[in-house]
Design a protein around this ligand. Structure first.
Ligand code: RIB
Ligand code: CA
Length: 330
């Protein structure tokens, strides 16, 4: 592990809540969040998206159990706000996490639902919290609608989702936004500061086979991560990708290392009605709409820097360093 990385582990930790739909890249995002040593993960909430709500909870518990991260896990929405759930089983498999020969979850979910956890954790936090949604925005939207006051306790929402360019679920729309466009509209119009980490950068931040092999040899957690990426790479290889886009992990990296991406502060509107364009993030780089900017949209990425964060975080999880250096958990 690089000296810089170790030194940076003892600084103040950014309080975050991760809302995810594991999902292979969500699993890598959780490993990065806990292993990077820069975040204080207050809790995890799960949402239906890549897989069912039940699978998302079970998969999140399995990954957290694997990395021995004991934090509250709140189960969230089993379906989008207004639309039927259409999972991505073609990418993530029936269980949502095919390829993870993980131990039976030792952890169990919180007694609080995702929305209850989000509202209570934000209200109780003495400082503003960064939300990191890596799935459909259903839980976040419902929380904002049910408890509008919590928006004042949010530092920013750093989300994986959307695309200024081509989509991946339809030619127009990225999966997370497409799954629940109405929820995305609530979040993008909430007034809360947003950083949008979309396909424009995640499709450039691929992890390559040689790096997966390095993970496989790096230790217990690394071997699990490599097993996940083996399965996950199948659908991307069939689409001509030379590596795996670990979409969600880039949103996590952007929280603690803002320099890993470059952004532009522009207007983003969510299409909810188009027959062929529903779920599109309409990014107004030219300012032609005259509507006020509402999101920092990622337009560039330092892939090597990003992958180094993942490698270091997983090495730290295997070495147990992330626990020792966590002053708030001594
Ligand atoms: O489009 C990629 C996003 O959809 C990622 O969050 C992936 O996990 C899926 O949820
Ligand atoms: Ca996801």
């Amino acid at each position: 592990m690089r000296e810089m990385d170790l030194a940076s582990r003892t600084g103040p930790r950014i309080p975050v809540i991760i809302d995810c739909d594991p999902g292979h890249d969500d699993a890598i995002a959780l490993m990065l969040a806990f292993g990077c040593g820069r975040l204080n993960v207050l809790g995890v909430t799960t949402v239906a998206g890549n897989t069912t709500g039940e699978n998302a909870l079970r998969n999140a518990l399995a990954v957290l159990s694997l990395i021995r991260a004991a934090v509250p896990v709140g189960r969230g929405a089993d379906s989008p706000m207004l639309r039927p759930l259409e999972t991505a089983r073609d990418v993530h498999g029936e269980s949502g996490l095919e390829g993870l020969s993980a131990p039976r979850p030792e952890l169990r979910g919180s007694d609080l639902t995702a929305v209850e956890f989000l509202s209570s954790a934000l209200r109780q936090s003495p400082v503003k919290v960064t939300l990191v949604p890596t799935g459909p925005l259903t839980n976040i939207a419902i929380a904002f609608l049910a408890f509008p006051d919590i928006r004042a306790k949010i530092e920013r929402v750093v989300l994986m989702g959307g695309a200024a360019g081509e989509g991946n679920r339809t030619p127009s729309a990225e999966f997370n936004i497409m799954t629940d466009p109405e929820a995305a509209r609530v979040v993008f119009e909430s007034g809360v500061p947003i950083t949008m980490v979309g396909l424009d950068v995640t499709h450039k931040a691929l992890i390559y086979p040689r790096e997966v092999e390095a993970l496989r040899e790096s230790g217990r957690v690394g071997a699990f991560a490599a097993g996940l990426l083996d399965f996950y790479s199948r659908s991307y290889r069939s689409k001509g990708f030379e590596g795996n886009p670990v979409h969600d992990a880039l949103a996590v990296a952007a929280v603690f290392d803002e320099g890993v991406i470059t952004t532009r502060h522009v207007r983003v509107d969510i299409e909810t009605r188009g027959e062929f364009t529903a779920g599109r993030t309409v990014v107004d780089f030219g300012g032609v709409t005259g509507r006020p900017p509402n999101a920092r949209v990622a337009v560039g990425v330092d892939r090597d820097r990003f992958i180094a964060h993942i490698m270091n975080a997983i090495a730290a999880l295997d070495a147990g360093v992330w626990r020792d250096a966590r002053p708030d958990r001594m």
